[in-house]
Every structure is written in C-alpha cells, then in structure tokens.
Design a protein around this ligand. Structure first.
Ligand SMILES: Nc1ncnc2c1ncn2[C@@H]1O[C@H](COP(=O)(O)OP(=O)(O)OP(=O)(O)O)[C@@H](O)[C@H]1O
Ligand SMILES: [Mg+2]
Length: 285
C-alpha cells in the first residue's frame, strides 16, 4: 500500500522498507503492519493530543520523568513548549515502559525503535502467524480462563517489581499471542499511560482497577474467579516491601478494620471525581 506520510520519514531513514497494511485505527493511535528487511513488524503512530481521548488528563502524568526543571515548569504552565514536552513525555512513556518490561521478562511486544512519534515493535501473532486477537475477541473454557488469569497476575506482579503499573489493563489491551511451543499466551500492550508504581499517588488505585478488570473478564468464563481478591493482596505485599517474583498469592485478603484514615478517604473521593471529569472530557461532554 501507499505509505501514510507519517511512515514515509521512517522509510526515508531506512527504518522500514514497506507498509503492508493498516491493522487498526485506535482511539489514540493508528497501527500498521510494516516490513523491515525480512521481518514483519508493527508500527504504532500516535495521534496528536487534539485528536486523542484524554487518558493523560488527570492522574497518569503525575511524576512523569522530564529532562529538566525548565521543562517541568513549562509543562505545569501549559505553554506551547510545555504542551510539546507533555506530548513527547506521553509518547515516549510507552517505549520506555516496553524496554523496562521486556528487560524484566514481562510478555510485551519487543520494542525496536521510537522515531518521529512512531513506535516500531514486534508484531504479536497467533500460532498461524496472523496478527493476534485481543482477549475480548476470544472465548475461553473455564480451565483456560483460570490459567490465563493466573499467568496475567504473574505478569502484573513482574511489572510491579519493575516499578510499573499498567493503568489501562483490560481485555482490550491484552493480545492472545502464542509462545515458543505454539500455545496461546497473553501479551500485554498499550502502555503510554503506564505509571511509576512508587512515585505516583494513584498507582494503588490503578493497580486495583487493572487486577479487577482481569477478574471481571475471566470471571465471565470461570465464575469462581469473581470471589477472588488478588489486587489488595498484591499491593499489600508490594507496599510492605516483601513482594517477590515467586510470592505465593492466595486471592484472599482480609481488610483490617480500625481507625478510619479520613485523609485517604477524602483523597479517594477526589480521585474518583477527577477520574469522572476526565471521562466526561473524553466523552465530549
Ligand atoms: N504489537 C502489536 N502486535 C499486534 N497487534 C497490535 C500490536 N500493537 C497494537 N496492536 C493492535 O492495534 C490495536 C490498537 O493498539 P493500542 O491498544 O496500542 O492503541 P490504542 O490507540 O490505545 O487503541 P485503543 O484505543 O483501541 O485502545 C490493538 O487492539 C491491537 O489489535
Ligand atoms: Mg488499546
């Protein structure tokens, strides 16, 4: 096909040789299948902030790493330079997270390059070599649902050990790829909103939501999963500094009743308000 102009620069630079087809047009990016030498890869072109929904509006960008304090001030003020810096931080967050997670052994597409707002990465494929479906497009037996749920919880745990909370983990952002033996295997994608587990005040809430989304989805096929409570258990181990690769998880968690921490309750309410405001913004209210 004729290359879209955003990919032409990568062709000119020799990073890709051919654009084979468009894979998806998402809310925040357009995704293409491209050829690089003998390999078929995936190119994700980020849309400009104005065309995008507002996932980065409120809480995700907190504590984003920026180069220097001038940049941080400009971002806080919302100047043109600041908006560009915010934009660059948003886009590069995904490639940074992919490199960190791939190094930590989390199943994510292997990143190759990030150039001019385009992320080049491994194309996740099924056993036949076709682009992998999203979990949402698949049906599972109760047994497979339990197995995939368990393996994704391990991935969440590994991400947390690498200091990252996905922040938008759901059946729409996990692909069913295949492992070396050709068996179906979940691969986590779509990470521009990933947050720093230790430095972002919303990390706990996002982790609980991510884990809750997995439970709700796989619970459709294996209703026994609906009674589990892995999120608070994982966060509690993490917060206590004892979370490890091999930590045993039970899915049970007792919340201790005691003195109410009014500050954190109010913070939770403010969080929910901000999230609702972002949602309305996204819906165009
Ligand atoms: N590495 C990949 N390999 C195969 N398919 C991919 C890959 N990355 C993205 N896709 C496909 O492109 C779609 C959109 O990608 P992604 O979720 O990263 O972008 P998005 O703009 O946030 O999309 P959405 O708004 O649908 O969440 C995915 O649902 C998936 O089908
Ligand atoms: Mg997505």
């Amino acid at each position: 096909m004729k290359a879209p102009h955003r990919l032409q620069v990568l062709i000119d630079e020799g990073l890709i040789d051919d654009v084979l087809r468009q894979l998806m047009s998402g809310k925040e990016a357009n995704v293409y299948v491209v050829r690089c030498g003998t390999e078929v890869r995936c190119a994700k072109i980020y849309k400009d902030a104005t065309e995008r929904s507002f996932r980065q509006a409120v809480d995700y960008t907190e504590n984003r790493k920026v180069k220097n304090s001038r940049q941080a001030r400009a971002m806080a003020k919302g100047t043109k330079f600041g908006r560009e810096a915010t934009e660059a931080a948003w886009q590069s967050a995904e490639v940074d997270a992919l490199y960190r997670l791939a190094a930590a052994g989390v199943r994510v597409p292997k990143p190759y390059n990030f150039y001019e707002g385009v992320l080049l990465m491994e194309l996740v494929t099924d056993a036949e070599g076709a682009a992998a479906p999203r979990l949402n497009d698949c049906d599972f037996s109760a047994e497979d649902a339990r197995a995939h749920h368990a393996s994704l919880l391990r991935e969440v745990l590994r991400m947390l050990l690498a200091g990252i909370v996905h922040g938008d983990l759901s059946e729409f952002n996990v692909l069913l790829g295949s492992d070396d033996a050709g068996l179906p295997c979940p691969v986590i994608i779509d990470l521009p909103q990933a947050v720093d587990a230790a430095g972002n005040n919303h990390a706990q809430r996002m982790l609980l939501r991510d884990v809750g989304n997995l439970r709700a989805f796989f619970g459709r096929f294996a209703p026994d999963l609906l009674a589990t409570n892995y999120g608070p258990e994982i966060w509690d181990l993490y917060r206590s500094g004892v979370l490890q690769e091999g930590s045993t998880l039970t899915g049970r968690f007792e919340t201790t009743s005691g003195v109410v921490d009014l500050g954190s309750v109010l913070e939770g309410i403010a969080d929910a308000r901000a999230e609702e405001a972002a949602r309305r913004l996204r819906m165009g209210d």
